[in-house]
Design a protein around this ligand. Structure first.
Ligand code: EPU
Length: 315
């Protein structure tokens, strides 16, 4: 039987000596998503270390309480009914550790809560090439790997060696990049597991060259994407069938959807594949706008758009 977790049950299940971390009850997920949308999670927990995470997952499993892992909350739409169970955040897992260097290749251990942009800055400051095209993509390393984040022909896939995950029972597994099956905006990350860390490989390169490439990509992003507004990045994946005609953004644009609005959610007038929160947007408005846009693109081009963003929670 599934229990609803509240403060009392939490204290019964999770002993202070077995868990170090921050815990909040009835926490609004809008405080943890780049869209600033989302109802309350029964519990929002950010363990300080892997042992605390393991103890937590075991306790939850024993009681049949579900959990939802979150990273940076930047590719995420949480429904207005919030999330039943425990939201587990890896935001405290933040180490970047050099492992070894072979010729010009440098290997790093990176924890899943490291913000992708912190890693990009680190590589820029130290002269490591490989993820320049990921400059400006928000979110953490865990999410970047699970969704194979990419832009400008760069993908996290190109630098990934292996990833270490914790399964729902607390078991830890290291999975090679091949086994993880990273493809366009997707991976075969085992369901119900949490990304702990990754080993990545970069190349030594001239700092100024790396910096120039990053600046170029950021400039292009600032011109083409509504970066100063609240969004979750691209809402839909680029459909394979439309790859030659410019992807989801162009289809949505050409279907006449720019500026379409439901409540406080608007199809960006800058880039049509970004939906922006103009103030007090709700998830139900967001989903209705997705449906409306999908319908228009289907009518006009016969193409079915698939969401790129992850949608979780209760109605
Ligand atoms: N376009 C339009 N109207 C629009 C938007 C785009 O006509 O409103 C046209 C552009 O003029 C261009 C073409 O569509 O000719 C492609 O647009 P863009 O260069 O902006 O690339 P995209 O395919 O829309 C992809 C990724 C972005 C990534 C950029 C840059 C997807 C779904 N989108 O966008 O990733 O930043 O390339 O490499 O893969 C994300 O994943 O969240 C994301 C934003």
């Amino acid at each position: 039987m599934q229990h609803k977790i509240d403060e009392r049950l939490w204290h019964e299940l999770v002993h202070p000596e077995s868990f170090s971390g921050e815990v909040r009850f009835m926490e609004y997920m809008k405080n943890h998503t780049s869209l600033r949308i989302g109802g309350t999670a029964d519990v929002f927990a950010s363990p300080h270390d892997v042992v605390s995470l393991k103890n937590l997952l075991i306790a939850l499993k024993n009681k049949g309480i579900p959990f939802v892992p979150v990273g940076g909350g930047t590719n995420l739409l949480v429904k207005d009914g919030g999330i039943g169970g425990v939201v587990v955040s890896v935001r405290n897992f933040r180490r970047i550790v050099p492992l070894k260097e072979e010729n010009d290749r440098v290997y790093f251990f990176v924890e899943s809560g490291v913000p992708l942009q912190k890693l990009v800055s680190f590589t820029k400051e130290n002269g490591y090439s490989g993820i320049e095209g990921l400059a400006g993509i928000p979110g953490g390393i865990g999410g970047a790997i699970a969704g194979n984040a990419g832009a400008f022909g760069y993908e996290i896939k190109n630098v990934l060696v292996s990833a270490t995950v914790m399964h729902s029972g607390g078991e830890i597994d290291t999975i090679s990049a091949d086994e993880l099956g990273l493809e366009y905006r997707s991976s075969k990350m085992p369901a119900g597991s949490i990304m702990l860390s990754a080993n990545i490989k970069l190349m030594r390169d001239v700092k100024e060259d790396i910096e120039k490439r990053i600046e170029g990509f950021l400039r292009e992003k600032r011109e083409k994407q509504p970066l100063s507004e609240l969004s979750a990045g691209c809402v839909f994946k680029n459909p394979e069938s439309a790859s030659t005609s410019g992807g989801a953004g162009r289809l949505i644009d050409e279907a006449g959807c720019k500026g379409m609005r439901i409540g406080d959610v608007e199809v960006s007038t800058v880039h049509a594949n970004f939906f922006v929160n103009k103030g007090n947007a709700t998830a139900s408005d967001f989903v209705r706008l997705m449906d409306g846009v999908r319908k228009k693109v289907m009518e006009m081009f016969g193409v079915g758009l698939e969401p790129e963003i992850r949608i979780v929670g209760r109605e």
